[in-house]
Design a binder for this molecule. Structure first.
Ligand code: SAH
Length: 452
């Protein structure tokens, strides 16, 4: 076992899923933030367990050629991003490697390399921000949590957000300070304003502002609307009532104070209505490339039925509708299903149906009703597919399954399960939707090979 506070020399060989460097010292895996593969470091052990330890670099003995000065001044403190200390080339290399390693180790594959769709820019790409609000010496401010804590780190200008989003945040904070709106205190569960949520359509330029409050009413909101109108594109102000304790950001109740309560944006040539509660990929450019990859892999023909599980506002479902006979989307969030139905109508798409429910249960029900899709698209949250969904896929036996994933470990686990049910992995592709952050998106095609 390594000794706490002792300093060791180590070679960084790999990365964790969270983007920390990994070294092995005396057979023990040591996780070291801000380290780059290939570097030699002196590391102080801060936590020591039997099989693993956590440490901090005290000296860089051999620097990686991929090391960069951080473009973001608060990068070391802010938990929002993970990779400002390295160049984008190394970041995308490690992301592709992570997908490959997961598919090989957990998915039983033997892939040599996986291509990655790299982003054209890592600046200003995020179309959504959720700033927690805090208070210091009687003054409100907003920023992002420090990694592993609920301490809010102030960042006047977040590099991965467009400037309009930060401008909205500044206006809300000015209003809060001017009208002495009480800031939420999560320990005491007192105060009002919890989060500032901003979503901006990249193509439409429309901006939705949603304030999450621990209460029902926001005092003097008309004054806030007046100020927000200075930001070009400001379209709507919504309140989300969240009076619960805990980490969930949005509450269940929404009140529109100004505008329609949603924004619109264009994606894959279609117009989408987006409510605050609805999922929408944060990187518009890369999402279009991901969805195009999904369409290409699906190889849909005019007589095909396509089932899109975890469909959100129907982005992939509707982007596939033109090529298919019929498309069916399933989504658990009612507001997203409402958006999806409105989106089909808005775009004149008549061969799409949407159901609200759990993907697995809805798929089993569709299967019982005799629905036999030719292609199934799944795009689940990080926990991946549940047993019902795997069972329904197995019974429906589509020719192709296109699996879009935001966690390569659960993707690989599910790939292994689907292989046991007669599928083979045909193609795997990583896509960088979150430059500077450790999350990696990937997409795979599984084809039916046997009747098991
Ligand atoms: N394919 C869409 C959305 C993907 S995000 C897009 O790319 O825009 C995953 C979606 O799954 C979210 O909209 C989330 O609300 C939904 N979801 C989460 N758990 C679910 C479940 N058990 N059943 C159905 N949908 C679920």
């Amino acid at each position: 076992m390594l000794i706490k506070n002792q300093i060791y020399e180590a070679q960084i060989t790999d990365y964790t899923a969270e983007g920390q460097g990994v070294a092995h010292i005396e057979g023990c895996a040591v996780f070291i933030p801000n380290a780059i593969a290939g570097e030699r470091v002196r590391v102080r052990i801060e936590k020591a367990q039997k099989t693993w330890a956590a440490g901090k670099i005290v000296e860089l003995l051999e620097k990686s050629p991929h090391r960069r000065n951080r473009e973001c001044p608060v990068a070391k403190l802010c938990g929002g991003c993970d990779f400002w200390h390295m160049d984008y080339e190394e970041e995308t290399r490690l992301k592709a490697q992570r997908v490959k390693d997961c598919l090989n180790r957990l998915g039983g594959e033997n892939l040599e390399e996986i291509p990655i769709l790299v982003a054209p820019t890592y600046l200003g790409y995020r179309n959504k921000a959720q700033y927690p609000v805090a208070q210091k010496k009687g003054r409100a401010y907003a920023g992002f949590f420090r990694a592993g804590t609920h301490t809010v780190v102030e960042n006047p200008r977040c590099r991965i957000l467009p400037e309009q989003t930060d401008a909205v945040k500044d206006i809300v904070i000015d209003y809060v300070n001017q009208f002495r709106i009480p800031v939420y205190d999560e320990v005491a569960h007192t105060g009002l304003l919890r989060h500032i949520y901003v979503r901006r359509g990249v193509v439409s330029g429309q901006i939705l502002v949603c304030l999450v409050i621990n209460g029902q009413k926001l005092p003097r909101w008309e004054e806030l609307v007046k100020s927000l109108k200075q930001v070009p594109g400001f379209t709507t102000l919504v309140l989300s009532e969240n009076t619960r304790k805990g980490n969930a950001i949005l509450g269940d109740t929404f009140h529109t104070l100004y505008g329609p309560g949603y924004i619109e944006d264009t994606l894959c040539g279609l117009t989408f209505r987006l409510s605050p509660r609805s999922f929408y990929q944060v990187n518009h450019h890369q999402a279009q490339r991901l969805y195009q990859a999904a369409i290409d892999l699906a190889e849909i023909s005019k007589s095909d039925t396509v089932l899109d599980l975890y469909c959100g506002v129907g982005t992939i479902t509707l982007a596939m509708a033109a090529a298919a006979g019929q498309v069916i989307g399933v989504e658990v969030i009612p507001q997203a299903v409402e958006d999806a139905k409105a989106n089909a109508e808005r775009n004149g798409i008549e061969n799409a149906q949407f159901f609200c429910g759990d993907a697995g249960q809805a798929a089993l029900k569709l299967e019982q009703d005799g629905v036999r899709p030719d292609v199934v698209v799944v795009d689940p949250p990080r926990k991946g597919l549940n047993a019902d969904t795997i069972e329904a896929l197995s019974r429906m036996a589509p020719k192709r399954i296109v699996y879009v994933s935001c966690d390569p470990a659960t993707l690989a686990r599910d790939v292994a399960l689907l292989k046991e049910r007669g599928y083979t992995l045909q193609t795997a592709l990583a896509t960088d939707l979150f430059p500077r952050c450790a999350h990696v998106e990937s997409i795979v095609l599984l084809c039916k090979t046997s009747q098991e």
